[in-house]
Design a protein around this ligand. Sequence first.
Ligand SMILES: [Zn+2]
Length: 333
Amino acid sequence: MKQYKKKQERRNILRAGISLASAPLLGSLVSCSREQPDLKVQEAQDAAQVTQAPPTLLPTEALNDRVILVSGAPGNVLALETDNGQVLIDSGSATMAPSVQLTLQESLDDSTVHTLINTHYHTDQSGGNALFGEAGAAIHSHEITRQWLSSDHYIPAEERWFSALPVIGRPTHTFRDKEEMTAGAESIEFGYLLEAHTRGDTYVFLRDSNILAVGDVASPLRDPALDWYAGGWLGGRVDAMDDLLEVANADTLIVPAYGPVMTLAEYQAERDMMWHLWERCSTLVNNGRSAQDILDTGVMGEIDRTFDDPYKFLYDTAKGLWAHYTNFGGNVV
Ligand SMILES: [Zn+2]
């Protein structure tokens, strides 16, 4: 399969432990050029948000007799019930986490969460970490996700600073490539997806249930997001989607961070769309075209989907391609 040239070399670099720019480094670089607001104020604002509204029951969907999908947190949270409590995949936002907790208490016999796995560092997937960490959950993530969650960092798209999670909410167990665990009757595999949406994306495969949580690496509801500032880019996205096709089979239920459970065919269709965008956008960026230029070519009209904000997607795509131009033989300077 045609791929950009340096993929394997990059993976080898990561496996050798020579990490690329990490979250703390990026954060410190930004802090050199911009005055940092009082983080205590931000923390107080975040804490106030958490207490704004009483928790409410969220929609649930039973995917089998031991796995339920909680939605509206604001994204999806997956819960696996075992004899001694639950494994949770993502924790929802800080605001919604109490509602996730209430929903789990109402839906499952034993609402103790003993294990939490974060698919990536974004606050809508990790904002409830502290709540479940305080309740005793061991928190697993990719090592780079732990770095982001443990560091104050700037969020360019929102023009604000993020305060590191309190220690109780930070991942306690990290991995770099792949990890296995057993929980009740379920064998669980989770692994790294290189630079697909952030630089710390993780898939979680409930092998016996044949349910695959992919975080924001598939996005059937919202525009696919490429967090270029954290290392996500279109080439990494397509590669990661291909890697997941090797994990899934025709009967796998694929759970994105937002939106409905996907069949393999639906997932394949999104992968093919991203591949088309990769082929067109990488060529255009390689020829010096801007996001607006690409929009003007009508590329977004060539796919079977209407994006809410096509310019933002192309802007983030171009940013990511610039950051990775040596990976696909580009001459962008
Ligand atoms: Zn995300």
